[in-house]
Ligand binder design. Structure first.
Ligand SMILES: Cc1ncc(COP(=O)(O)O)c(C=O)c1O
Length: 492
């Protein structure tokens, strides 16, 4: 954990040894203390560069949803904008204008009734966007309760136990009771009836995930909206939906035009996405939009003027890099609708083919086929489970450089352990074939084992699973302070 000084120092207190070719410099520099004096930029660069060489190869990382490749032109624009602070809209009005254009493009893409009335902003990613979406739901619920003269001290948020960890954080940081609908049998995400059953007059909203982090499946947003319509008819309780489209909000508009999930559903109040996932920008940008001004209470928006001019802001950060927002605008401009469609279509083609081939190998059963998000999860069939686990497979693939995370599902399917593959732009059919070759190569060895070698508790060997850490499904009415479970994998 980066917050603490490392307790186990693998370097046994040794300083960093500088390559002796740099003879004018001190040959050792402290590892965890600020060096006493300066050094040549070239030497400092080489030290940092050499250390980073030991990071993994991003293109072989099938764990992350986040872009690992961008065009040189996008990178050039980012370098040109390195000094631009997103908050400083008076100083950088053109960057602010590009942000606004991106918001409008997304509002149209997500079918806002009147795109000019939709409001939204860029964020550092979907996590910040989720916090802002959740805060708006909470504030609107509080206003409604106060107007009705009802108590407003016990807000809850209903969601599937499969939500990404950012929603658990939101509930914890902002004192909202998380009500997780558990998985049941072959239902690995939020069900419509189950969501409606957990709602009451204290529910600030339901989070529907377009593209579960666990297996890539879309949650049935339209069915959830219909179940909540029915709830309102029966009880008068009116619960809005926030769609966490971290990945799917940049897939569905291009590949699933008939799917009803966005502002076309009147119950959808807000939507977030990660510009740095299938928005195809390098890490550091997300988006959150509200269907209209009514969905974003005005008193959440701060007006700052000490940088000159009036700047409305709704963000957790103040200063924030503008380069990623510029890169997002570049990518929208560069690809257009047809370009995005082609890129996402290719990802889905690679994912569905790879899932089918892995399913055909014999020992594996696919839970999803890559046909929603280009992401799929698979498990070891019972016949082979006595010999090796998904954690063995993950470790074996790591020998060839592949990062394929393995993890256990949450309540009530903790019996289920899976591997997950995220197909991103740049993961070609050729790379998929190489992965298949490596998988075929390690299988005879794994099948010859007399018993599994690695288990969920081995944690680190299974790789970081990007927010699929287990959480506790809350029984209705309970308000548990979530247990920090031991199964939580180490975060970088
Ligand atoms: C469904 C979902 N929501 C939220 C997040 C968090 O997104 P970010 O990494 O952009 O903060 C993720 C990340 O994988 C996700 O899959």
């Amino acid at each position: 954990m980066a917050l603490k000084h490392p307790r186990h120092d693998g370097h046994r207190g040794r300083d960093i040894e500088v390559n002796p070719i740099f003879s004018r410099e001190p040959l050792k520099v402290p590892r965890y203390a600020l060096p006493a004096g300066e050094m040549e930029p070239g030497t400092a660069y080489q030290i940092v560069h050499d250390e980073l060489m030991l990071d993994g190869n991003a293109r072989l990382n099938l764990a992350t949803f986040v872009s690992t490749w961008a065009e040189p032109e996008a990178l050039r624009l980012m370098a040109e904008c390195a000094e631009k602070n997103m908050i400083d809209k008076d100083e950088y009005p053109r960057t602010a204008e590009l942000e606004l254009r991106c918001v409008h493009m997304l509002a149209r893409l997500w079918h806002a009734g009147d795109p000019r009335r939709a409001v939204g902003c860029s964020t550092t990613g979907s996590s910040e966007a989720a916090m802002l979406g959740g805060l708006a739901l909470k504030r609107r619920w509080r206003e409604r309760r106060r107007d009705a003269g009802a108590p407003a001290d016990r807000p809850n948020l209903v969601m599937g136990v499969n939500v990404q960890i950012c929603w658990e954080k939101f509930a914890d940081y902002f004192d909202v009771e998380p009500r997780y609908v558990p998985m049941e049998g072959d239902r690995f995400h939020l069900g419509a009836q189950e969501a409606a059953e957990l709602c009451d007059e204290n529910t600030i909203g339901v989070v529907a995930v377009l593209g579960s982090t666990f297996d890539g499946s879309y949650e049935p947003v339209a069915e959830i909206a219909a179940a909540l319509d029915d709830l309102e008819r029966r009880t008068g309780v009116d619960v809005p939906i926030h769609v966490d489209g971290a990945s799917g909000a940049m897939i569905a508009p291009f590949l699933d035009p008939d799917l009803r999930w966005d502002f076309l559903l009147p119950r959808v109040a807000s939507i977030n996405t990660s510009g740095h996932k299938y928005g195809l920008v390098m890490p550091g940008v997300g988006w959150v939009l509200w269907r209209d001004e009514d969905a974003l209470p005005d008193d959440l928006v701060f007006h700052v003027n000490y940088l000159g001019g009036d700047m409305p802001t709704f963000a957790l950060n103040f200063s924030r890099p503008g380069a990623q927002v510029v890169a997002q605008y570049y990518t929208f401009l560069r690809l257009g609708f047809e370009g995005y469609r082609r890129v996402q279509r290719t990802c889905r083609d690679v994912a569905t083919r790879l899932a089918a081939e892995i399913g055909g190998l014999g020992p594996f059963e696919t839970l999803t086929g890559g046909g929603d998000l280009p992401v799929f999860a698979f498990r070891v069939r019972d016949g082979d489970a006595g010999r090796f686990t998904v954690f063995d497979v993950s470790a074996a693939l790591r020998e060839s450089g592949w990062l394929v995370p393995a993890y256990t599902f949450p309540e009530n399917r903790t019996d289920l352990a899976v591997l997950r593959v995220v197909v991103r732009n740049g993961f070609s059919h050729d790379l998929a074939d190489l992965l298949l070759d490596d998988l075929r190569r390690v299988l005879p060895r794994l099948r010859a084992q007399d018993a599994p070698r690695r288990h969920a508790a081995d944690g680190v060997s299974a790789g970081f699973a990007h927010g699929t850490e287990p959480k506790k499904a809350a029984p209705k009415k309970a308000a548990p302070k979530k247990a920090r479970s031991a199964g939580r994998s180490g975060q970088p």
